[in-house]
Design a protein around this ligand. Structure first.
Ligand code: SOE
Length: 421
């Protein structure tokens, strides 16, 4: 064993399904690709079931397993708490961890309500005074092409911004037979497509433009209002639909594991009501005067993880689509019209954000790298004693946008029906 005399940073993570697996991958790989001032140690994994948490800890590379997140926070070998549970437990775990002097990284959206997010932001403010830091995990900021887009906007290469066109399109619940997993329950998830993927695209748009959304006008819809309870036999194979693999177990903080209990009644499939949005559309105005249009849906058949953003400015435009995440499209409007036009930049050069740590130009990165970058930025900030970004205050700001979208959609006063003759 080669000696490593860097100070260690002990990590405790709560939740081990989709987000827990991808965060584990990031914790495992970050030190191999980035030269960190400290050595992260994967000290303990928190879950509810002893057997399942122990197996997950073994598979994902954690040294120990805890079945109560309070015990995980209390461990002397844990200095960072990484929260990968559904939104209904974020506030309780984060506030307790910060009070115990542990740095926190928390999955998005920050919370299930503005009130919870406010309490978390207040706890983070108080902790920062004691040198304890918190970050909300909006991983798409760490796509090299997205970070490059922000750089170019900040350098003024787009000029004055006029339009932001932002979408996050998935299709994994388009089949009405898809079950009522926790992401489709308000009590667990806070909202539907809006909070789960709309939150990402709101953060990404604000990150790239450096501007805040000041007001919105929205429409939301729940296309499928009743779904089979999770576990009920509902012919899921009909379209081969698969959920993000956290439909079952990452709620390590209490409550039911995979959403409502399944079952059949007299041979019929038992169903439950969907009380979140399937899709959310809104328009908004940015602080610098740009107009924005947003769409978040899990019903865009054929679109798997299309986080797309196009920004049009007086001097140029840029466009990004996560389904081609190593590319950024740029149109230089200062060129003569005969030469101008969108051109594709492959964002894998050593000069591009994060790229130098990985493969030779052109060999490309994937979804998991965005988390490795996020963990790297978090660890560097914590080690340097500076606040990581995005902060809980930033997460609260996104939460306020989500609340404004829901309020506008419920109010409906900007929705003008077309008159029939
Ligand atoms: C599911 O819709 C989901 O896994 C989100 O929760 C993630 O945040 C996003 O990155 C991919 O889609």
């Amino acid at each position: 064993m080669i000696a490593d005399d860097r100070p260690t940073l002990g990590i405790g993570m709560v939740g081990y399904a989709f987000m827990g697996r991808v965060h584990s991958q990031a914790w495992r790989s970050v030190g191999a690709f980035f030269d960190l001032p400290v050595r992260p140690v994967m000290a303990a994994l928190g879950g509810r079931s002893k057997e399942a948490t122990t197996a997950a800890a073994r598979d994902l590379g954690w040294a120990a397993a805890e079945t109560d997140w309070r015990d995980l926070i209390a461990r002397d070998d844990v200095q960072v708490v990484d929260i990968c549970t559904p939104g209904d437990s974020h506030a309780e775990i984060a506030i307790a961890a910060l009070a115990a002097g542990k740095h926190v990284i928390c999955e998005k959206p920050l919370a299930n309500s503005v009130a919870e997010a406010e309490a978390m932001a207040a706890a983070a403010r108080a902790a920062a005074g004691r040198g304890v830091h918190a970050m909300v995990a909006f991983n798409y900021r760490r796509v090299p092409a997205v970070a490059l887009a922000r750089r170019w906007v900040a350098e003024g290469r787009l000029g004055r911004l006029h339009h932001v066109r932002a979408q996050y399109l998935q299709d994994w619940i388009a089949d009405p037979a898809f079950p009522l997993v926790w992401r489709l329950q308000r009590e667990r998830a806070g909202s539907g497509a809006l909070g789960d993927i709309g939150a990402h695209v709101i953060d990404t748009a604000q990150f790239i433009t450096g501007e805040l959304l000041e007001g919105v006008s929205a429409l939301t819809e729940t296309f499928v209002k009743e779904r089979p309870l999770a576990g009920a036999s509902a012919g899921l194979s009909a379209t081969g639909a698969t959920a993000p693999a956290d439909g079952t177990a990452d709620g390590a903080a209490g409550g039911t594991a995979g959403g409502a209990a399944g079952g059949t009644v007299d041979g019929a499939v038992a169903t439950g009501a969907v009380d979140v949005d399937d899709a959310a559309l809104f328009i908004g105005r940015f602080s610098g005067g740009a107009l924005g249009s947003f769409e978040a849906t899990r019903f865009a058949t054929g679109r798997k993880n299309a986080l797309r953003i196009e920004v049009n400015g007086s001097k140029g435009s840029l466009a990004f689509d996560f389904e081609a995440m190593n590319e950024l499209w740029f149109h230089d409007h200062t060129l003569p019209a005969a030469e101008a036009g969108f051109r594709r930049v492959i964002v894998t050069e050593a000069e591009h954000p994060y790229a130098a740590a990985w493969w030779p130009p052109g060999h490309g990165l994937g979804y998991e790298h965005t988390f490795t970058h996020e963990i790297k930025d978090f660890v560097e900030a914590v080690a340097a004693g500076v606040a990581p970004a995005p902060s809980f205050a930033d997460g609260l700001r996104v939460q306020r946008v989500l609340a404004a979208v829901e309020a506008s959609a419920a109010d409906g006063s900007r929705f003008t029906p077309v008159e029939e003759s």
